[in-house]
Ligand binder design. Structure first.
Ligand code: SAH
Ligand code: SF4
Ligand code: F3S
Length: 464
């Protein structure tokens, strides 16, 4: 059942935008700015898909935009302050173009009190909606067009899974695919369960159909998305699970690589590792956020595994998938983290030898249990721990990459290198970045590259 009639709203908006073009000779332009993780990136594809259907053209310049949408993140305080400062800057564009629509959506607005904060600190914002009513963008824009009134609607709870929404993809050869929304884990530091709701899996058939369509459209690599992909299917209560989904996806002809983000260490088991080892297409890259190496801190974080559990899981992976790359997320300075706890983290980092890691200083999130935990460690000390951690990670990564020198690796060519547009940039199966010289015609293809130089975070090579 559809409780909204997007087709009607989209047609009405398109008609008005076409009339605007006839009268002024100009096309309405939009800009979306995405903060945060790949879930948000995927959501922005939907937003941009809708905007395209409304006849909007994309621009990268705020000054010529008729509609600006900020798709926000609130995982750490820094993410939030970036949004608030950008919102402040947008005020002057609205002064120049009073008809401009400025919208804020995404995780940040789902937090209690945030709508009021935005309303009072950024009165030029005339559209606010949350993660649970993203699919209603057409109605909000239609209302603004017809009434001129601000539209502010943030649903507190999830409203199931919405299929069939439009999308605009950034890359022709790779795609993000949602498999499960929300999170039930409630790690004590984390805001996500409060802003993304409870776990809801998409039906396996819907996912397979989407991926078949993407492959027919030229996609060779998919990244399955979920806050905890290992929980996939469990809420459907019909025997569906993540390992089963991987097995089905592996059979899709033409698809070359399957990635996924993120896997929770508590749910990695032998069955899953065996399925990955036996598959043709699932990449040998395991991103398994450990957060801390101290069992005491892990308990405080409600992560449901110990240091020893994590190390045992890594052994299991190395046994079945000897060429696996293993990456992680680490938080330093969680409330109550002692120097000894931090040493445990360094110890795990040295034992596992992570290929790469995202490392963060703990950021207090109002409304989470950890916000009430006593925290005696100073920010200076936390910064110093982060530095020591990053130095250790860099040293290990360089050591691993040195071993890859003079080997040949398969690389999916993604585009020109950011730092040197003369060069191409691509990724190995294990998600390592490789830079090499080649023709732009190769973008989207999987090629062989001989590694000639190992750096700390990237590899350089020559095309074979
Ligand atoms: N669902 C994923 C993580 C999503 S958030 C998982 O469970 O692994 C991405 C990362 O942000 C987390 O792994 C964690 O390292 C970090 N993070 C989350 N909340 C944080 C906070 N309050 N302060 C600092 N880092 C945080
Ligand atoms: Fe946050 Fe934990 Fe859920 Fe990941 S598993 S999104 S860290 S609550
Ligand atoms: Fe941020 Fe929301 Fe992702 S809080 S990290 S954008 S799920």
């Amino acid at each position: 059942m559809q409780e909204y009639n997007n087709d009607y709203y989209l047609a009405q908006i398109l008609q008005q935008n076409m009339r605007y073009t006839e009268e002024t000779g100009k096309t309405k332009k939009c800009l979306t700015h995405t903060f945060g993780c790949q879930m948000n990136e995927r959501d922005s594809e939907i937003l941009f898909g809708f905007l395209t259907q409304m006849g909007y053209e994309r621009t990268d310049r705020e000054e010529e935009a008729d509609l600006i949408l900020l798709n926000t993140c609130c995982i750490r305080e820094k993410a939030e302050s970036k949004v608030l400062s950008e919102l402040g800057e947008l005020r002057r564009y609205k002064q120049k173009n009073p008809d401009m629509i400025i919208g804020v959506c995404g995780c940040m607005v789902q937090q209690e009190g945030m709508v009021n904060t935005i309303r009072s600190s950024a009165p030029h914002v005339n559209l606010i909606f949350g993660t649970h009513n993203l699919h209603e963008l057409p109605r909000f824009i239609y209302e603004i067009y017809t009434t001129g009134e601000k539209q502010i609607e943030v649903l507190e709870k999830e409203t199931g899974v919405h299929e069939g929404l439009p999308r605009h993809r950034e890359y022709p050869f790779k795609a993000l695919v949602n498999i499960i929304y929300g999170c039930n884990n409630f790690c004590t530091y984390c805001i996500v369960p409060y802003v993304r709701g409870r776990e809801r899996s998409r039906k396996m058939e819907d996912i397979l159909q989407e991926v078949r369509g993407l492959v027919a459209d030229g996609v060779v690599e998919i990244t399955l998305l979920g806050q905890n992909v290992n929980s996939y299917g469990l809420d459907l209560k019909d025997g569906t699970n993540f390992a089963g989904l991987l097995q089905e996806l592996d059979k899709i002809e033409g698809l070359r690589r399957i990635r996924y983000m993120t896997s929770h260490p508590k749910d990695v088991n032998e069955e899953l590792v065996k399925v990955i080892a036996a598959s043709q297409k699932v990449c040998h890259h395991f991103h398994l956020p450990i957060q801390s190496g101290s069992t005491a801190i892990l308990k405080q974080m409600n992560r449901k595994y110990s240091k020893e559990d994590y190390l045992a899981m890594v052994e299991l992976i190395r046994r079945y998938v000897p060429d696996a790359t293993i990456t992680t997320d680490i938080i330093v300075g969680f409330p109550g983290e002692t120097e000894e706890d931090f040493q445990e983290t360094l110890d795990v980092v040295r034992t596992v030898k992570f290929d790469n890691a995202f490392s963060f200083i703990y950021s207090k999130r109002t409304g989470t249990p950890a916000a009430k935990f006593a925290d005696a460690v100073t920010l200076e000390e936390k910064k110093e721990r982060l530095q020591r951690l990053n130095d250790t990670l860099a040293e290990i990564s360089k050591g691993i990459n040195d071993h890859l020198q003079d080997t040949d690796m398969e690389v999916l060519v993604e585009g020109p290198s950011k730092n040197n547009p003369e060069m191409l940039c691509g990724r190995t199966d294990g998600n390592k970045t490789v830079i090499f010289l080649g023709s732009p015609d190769l973008i989207g293809q999987i090629v062989k590259v001989h590694i000639t130089e190992a750096q700390t975070w990237i590899l350089k090579g020559t095309l074979l």
